[in-house]
Design a protein around this ligand. Structure first.
Ligand code: ADP
Ligand code: MG
Length: 235
């Protein structure tokens, strides 16, 4: 099966001389899965996700995403990689407050130079699918957390990335909006989207991920199956 994420002996040491945030991570994630990266606060989950998303570079080891060895990319190449090959959502949405919902969704398409009519149509389709079409022209400050996260998901998907990364996507939501967001991620995965979900919540990981990679102190402590893959009946 084609591997979307291949990490080989990846370590990350931050400059302050403390223990490594990541210490020799080797992991391969095939396309089509929802993998959870699970572990306590400070175990290195966000550091790992940032390396996979090209937001940061490892101290040593190799990171190959969707066939692209990120070490071979210069800063401009890495910026292009982030805009087109991965989509990232965060706990606190990271929307731009001075732009409307649809303007937020369109940002990565504009940065990637996509033709405007095509991008607008895709934005409308995504917002329809995520049931936020009615908030199209609203500003983030006037939307609930769950609505903002759905705008962030549409923005992450506008360029059709091979990989959707989610860092504690329900961490700032009440349980009902959190469930809605997770149902959207499940639905996207059923349509073939590869997802890496970072969470400290073992129940969330087991319920939504086909695989659970557990980090403790920057190392893989456990790597196990989660729920059954979509389409495989439970016995
Ligand atoms: P998690 O997401 O699992 O809570 P993080 O990946 O954020 O953990 O952090 C892992 C470790 O790396 C922690 O000890 C944290 O303090 C440290 N760390 C993360 N980012 C930085 C940074 N930019 N500078 C220095 N230390 C950092
Ligand atoms: Mg984190």
């Amino acid at each position: 099966m084609n591997q979307v994420v291949v990490l080989n002996n990846v370590s990350k040491v931050f400059g302050d001389g403390s223990a490594p945030a990541l210490d020799g991570i080797t992991v391969a994630i095939p396309g089509g899965q929802v993998s959870a990266v699970m572990g306590p606060s400070g175990s290195g989950k966000s550091t790992l996700l940032n390396l996979v998303g090209g937001l940061d570079r490892p101290t040593s080891g190799s990171v190959v995403i969707d066939g692209e060895d990120l070490a071979r990319l210069n800063e401009a190449g890495l910026a292009r990689f982030r805009r087109t090959r991965v989509g990232i959502i965060f706990q606190f949405f990271n929307l731009l407050n001075n732009l409307s919902a649809v303007e937020n969704v369109l940002i990565p398409a504009q940065l990637a130079g996509a033709p405007a009519p095509l991008a607008r149509r895709r934005a409308d389709d995504l917002m329809e699918r995520l049931e936020i079409a009615e908030f199209r022209n609203k500003y983030p400050a006037r939307m609930s957390g769950g609505q903002r996260q759905r705008v962030a998901i549409a923005r992450a998907l506008i360029n059709n990335p091979a990989l959707l990364l989610a860092d504690e996507p329900t961490g700032a939501l009440d349980s009902r909006s959190g469930d809605q967001v997770m149902a959207i991620l499940d639905d996207l995965n059923r349509s073939g989207q590869t997802i890496v979900l970072v969470t400290h919540d073992a129940r969330l990981a087991r319920t939504h991920a086909t695989r659970v990679i557990e980090l403790i102190d920057g190392r893989v402590a456990r790597d196990a199956d989660g729920r059954l893959p979509v389409g495989v009946a439970a016995r």
